[in-house]
Ligand binder design. Structure first.
Ligand SMILES: O=C(O)c1ccccc1NCC(=O)[C@H](O)[C@H](O)COP(=O)(O)O
Length: 259
């Protein structure tokens, strides 16, 4: 299954990161940074459904999405188009991402930034803070409840928000037991790559109203966003649809049903 391959590749990157910089040094440098005021969470509490726009070059399900990849222009276009936050894929092996994409975007874009990667070790949380992330993705299928809880605690100490991703009811229960303040439901089944927006709609009632709910993956039209808005979703995370659009502003207006 793809998650096993992603986890194996991540473990190799974690070893390389630790060989490059001792974990204690990563930790002390990250903790010395300003903690901030959790801008990612604030952005998701928008009056209408918030849109997190993703900078995504390739994916395991779709292969290369963007042959040309002017990631700074893409992120700046998202900001000009009225995105609420930007998600940046930094995973190099299957998504052709890089941590430098996030730090480069941080230098030029004022929106809250989500680091989209596969976190398996606390040193990646410190690294995420150091490269300029405001939020990280924690995936229930990769982390047990105790580890999620511990990582959310580290995120809190750094001023990072944690988007805790679930795909089914047991994973939602694990996310909530770990203290997640933002739960993301992935509409893509990572075993089959089948997308079903009904997954977010069905799981929405399991998450209390004071916890932010993000619907992730496979969102293509204003009708999709409307369905999720009516289901009480706080935010949508959209990658491929926006990446394939030449006019980000028009695409975002269209998705929000404002065209
Ligand atoms: O996108 C994939 O193929 C994928 C495969 C395995 C693990 C994660 C994957 N995607 C990460 C994401 O969460 C999406 O990039 C994000 O939700 C946006 O999805 P989309 O709008 O469908 O590009």
């Amino acid at each position: 299954m793809i998650l096993d391959k992603l986890a194996d590749a991540t473990r190799r990157r974690v070893e390389a990161l630790k060989a490059q910089t001792p974990p204690e040094e990563l930790k002390s440098r990250a903790l010395a940074m300003d903690r901030g005021a959790f801008p990612f969470e604030a952005a998701l509490r928008a009056p209408d459904i918030a849109v997190i726009c993703e900078v995504k070059r390739a994916s395991p399900s779709k292969g290369v999405i963007a042959g040309e990849f002017p990631y700074l222009d893409i992120a700046r276009d998202y900001e000009k188009a009225g995105a609420d936050a930007v998600s940046v894929l930094t995973e190099p092996d299957y998504f052709l991402g890089h941590p430098d994409y996030l730090s480069g975007i941080r230098a030029q874009v004022g929106l809250p930034l989500l680091r989209k990667d596969f976190i398996l070790d606390d040193c990646q949380l410190y690294e995420s803070k150091l490269i300029g992330a405001d939020a990280v993705l924690l995936i229930c299928a990769l982390l047990d409840t105790e580890t999620l809880k511990s990582y959310i605690g580290i995120c809190d100490s750094l001023g990072l928000s944690a988007l805790v991703e679930a795909h089914d009811a047991p994973e939602i229960r694990s996310a909530l037991a770990a203290g997640a303040r933002i739960v993301g439901v992935n509409n893509r089944d990572l075993r089959t790559f089948q997308v079903d927006l009904g997954n977010s709609v069905r799981l929405r009632p399991l998450v209390p109203g004071d916890i932010l709910f993000v619907a992730e993956s496979g969102i293509k039209t204003a009708e999709d966003v409307g369905l999720l808005r009516r289901a009480g979703v706080n935010a949508v995370l959209i990658g491929e649809t926006l990446m394939r659009s030449g006019d980000k502003k028009a695409a975002l207006r269209e998705l929000r049903g404002m065209a």
